[in-house]
Ligand binder design. Structure first.
Ligand code: GLU
Length: 469
C-alpha cells in the first residue's frame, strides 16, 4: 500500500510515566507509534510524563530509555520532560480563563467532599458541579482558586477512534475538570493535551485504558480551538489464558525478554503481531513492518501473549541474521543477563562457527550452548550424557579414526568419506560413530554436525581432542 505524499507529516509520540520498568505493553505502544511514524517519513517523539512527582523516579526514566534503546526504537530529538513544561501548562489554563472557556472555582476540598457525600447518600450523581461556573469576576472572593474548563452541558462528544470506531459520550457525564490546581500546578489531563499540541503530535496511539481520558482531553482541545489529533486506542495485551496481564503470566518487563536472550529484531516482529496483522504474514523484517503498518490492521480484541510463538519467531530471525550481528547480540545478552563476558579469542571462535550454529537455535542461550565446542578449551570435560557415549567400544572406533584424519584433506567431502569408511569397517551406521565423536569434540550431545565442528576446530585441535579421550 503506497502512502499519499501530500498528507501533513506524521508526528507520533510515546508518553510513558516513569514509575517502573518498560512494560511489555508500553513497548508495544512505543513500537506501534514508531512503526507508524517511520513508515511515513514522520517523527517519533518521546515524552516522559513525570508530573506525578511522588511516583516518578529518575531510575524509572533510565530503565525506560534503556528498554527503548534495546528494542531499537529510536526517537527524534531529546526526550521531553513533562514536568519541565509546567509554566506553559499554567499559561494555557490562564488563556482559557481569558477566553471564557474556563473559570475560577473557589470551592474548597472540604466543600467538594461534602457535596460528594451528600450526593452519594441521596443517590444523586456525584459529578461535581461547581457553583462558580457562572459567577462574574466582580463577585469573586480574594481566595485561592482552581481553574476549571467549561464542559458542554448538553449533547454528546464523539471520539472518532481509528481502532474502536466512533465512541460517543454524553456531555452530562463530563464534569468541568480542573486544569490548574489552586496551588498553581497543572493537572495531568491538561499537561497531556498542551504537550501533544505543542509537540505537533498528529496521531495519538495508546492503550485503550486512556479512552475515557480522550473525552475529557477533547474539552481542552475545544476550549483552545486546537486541532484534535487522530486517536487510536489499542486493546491491552492479555495473558495466554485471556486474562488481564499480570506477573503470574511470566515476563512483563522488556529487560526480562532481553535476559531470556531474544534478539531485538525478533521482539519487534513479535510485538508488532500482538494486536496488529497484515494478512497471514507472521515472520517479517523491520523494513516490511514499516511499509505495512497501519491503524486499519489493529484488531479490536485484546491480543494474547504467546511465548511459543515468540521463541519460534526468534529462531527464524536468528537463522537469517548476519553472523556479526549475532555475535554482538550475544555480547549484549551476556551483559544483560549478568553472565561473564567472552574473551577476544572466544569471540573470534564464535564468529567463525556462527554459520554452523544459527540454524535451529531459538535464543542466544541456545546459540551459546551449541557453540560450547568452540568456546571451551582442552581438556574437554564431557557432561553426563556425553560421558555415556564414550564407552570402551566407542573409544576404540575413535582410535581407528585418528590415523585417517591425520592423512585426510580437511574438507567436508573427505571427512565424510573417512568417517563412513571407519563406521563401515566396524559394521555400524555413521550415527554410532558420530555420537562418541561429538562427545569427544564438544563434551555435549546438542552440537552442530561433527563435520562442521571438525572444520571449525581444524586438524590439530580435532586430533588433540581425540587424543585426550
Ligand atoms: N503517561 C500515560 C501512561 O503511561 C500515557 C498517556 C498518553 O499516552 O496519553 O499510561
Amino acid at each position: 500500500m503506497s502512502k499519499p505524499a501530500t498528507e501533513a507529516p506524521v508526528v507520533t509520540r510515546f508518553a510513558p510515566s516513569p514509575t517502573g520498568f518498560l512494560h511489555i505493553g508500553g513497548a508495544r505502544t512505543a513500537l506501534f507509534n514508531w512503526l507508524f511514524a517511520r513508515g511515513r517519513g514522520g517523527k517519533f517523539l518521546l515524552r516522559i510524563e513525570d508530573t506525578d512527582i511522588a511516583r516518578s523516579t529518575p531510575e524509572a526514566t533510565e530503565a525506560i530509555l534503556t528498554g527503548l534503546r534495546w528494542m531499537g526504537l529510536d526517537w527524534d530529538g531529546e526526550a521531553v520532560s513533562q514536568s519541565a513544561n509546567a509554566p506553559r501548562h499554567a499559561e494555557v489554563a490562564r488563556q482559557m480563563l481569558e477566553s471564557g472557556t474556563a473559570y475560577k472555582c473557589f470551592s474548597t476540598q472540604e466543600e467538594i467532599a461534602t457535596f460528594r457525600e451528600e450526593a452519594r447518600a441521596e443517590g444523586r450523581s456525584t459529578l461535581f458541579r461547581s457553583p462558580w461556573r457562572d459567577v462574574s469576576e466582580a463577585d469573586h472572593p480574594d481566595a485561592p482558586f482552581a481553574i476549571r474548563v467549561k464542559a458542554p452541558l448538553e449533547g454528546t462528544t464523539v471520539i472518532a477512534d481509528q481502532v474502536q470506531g466512533d465512541v460517543t459520550i454524553r456531555n452530562d457525564q463530563l464534569d468541568d475538570m480542573i486544569c490548574l490546581r489552586s496551588d498553581g500546578t497543572p493537572t495531568y489531563m491538561l499537561a497531556v493535551v498542551v504537550d501533544d499540541h505543542d509537540m505537533g503530535v498528529t496521531h495519538v496511539i495508546r492503550g485503550d485504558d486512556h479512552l475515557n481520558n480522550a473525552a475529557r482531553q477533547m474539552l481542552v482541545y475545544r476550549a483552545m480551538g486546537w486541532d484534535v489529533p487522530v486517536w487510536a486506542h489499542i486493546p491491552l495485551i492479555h495473558g495466554e489464558d485471556g486474562k488481564k496481564l499480570s506477573k503470574r503470566h511470566g515476563a512483563l518487563g522488556v529487560h526480562e525478554y532481553q535476559a531470556l536472550g531474544y534478539p531485538d529484531t525478533a521482539m519487534r516482529n513479535y510485538l508488532a503481531r500482538l494486536g496488529w496483522s497484515h494478512g497471514d504474514d507472521e515472520f517479517f523484517s523491520d523494513a516490511e513492518a514499516k511499509e505495512w503498518f497501519g491503524l486499519d490492521g489493529i484488531g479490536k480484541a485484546p491480543a494474547r501473549l504467546d511465548f511459543k510463538k515468540l521463541a519460534h519467531l526468534s529462531g527464524q530471525h536468528i537463522a537469517v541474521m548476519e553472523d556479526a550481528a549475532l555475535v554482538t547480540g550475544i555480547v549484549d545478552y551476556l551483559a544483560a543477563a549478568g553472565l561473564s563476558p567472552l574473551s577476544d579469542s572466544q569471540l573470534t571462535a564464535l564468529g567463525a562457527a556462527m554459520p554452523h550454529l544459527k540454524e535451529r537455535a531459538k535464543s542466544y542461550p541456545e546459540l551459546i550452548e551449541k557453540a560450547h565446542f568452540c568456546l571451551t578449551s582442552r581438556p574437554i570435560v564431557p557432561d553426563e550424557k556425553a560421558a555415556k557415549a564414550l564407552d570402551p567400544v566407542s573409544r576404540g572406533m575413535l582410535a581407528q579414526l585418528t590415523p585417517h584424519l591425520q592423512n585426510a584433506s580437511w574438507s567436508r567431502d573427505s571427512l565424510e568419506a573417512v568417517a563412513a569408511t571407519v563406521a563401515e569397517a566396524n559394521g555400524v551406521g555413521l550415527g554410532k560413530l558420530a555420537g562418541p565423536l561429538r562427545a569427544a569434540l564438544a563434551g555435549r550431545t546438542a552440537t552442530p554436525s561433527v563435520f562442521d565442528m571438525m572444520l571449525t576446530l581444524g586438524r590439530d585441535e580435532t586430533l588433540a581432542r581425540l587424543g585426550d579421550v
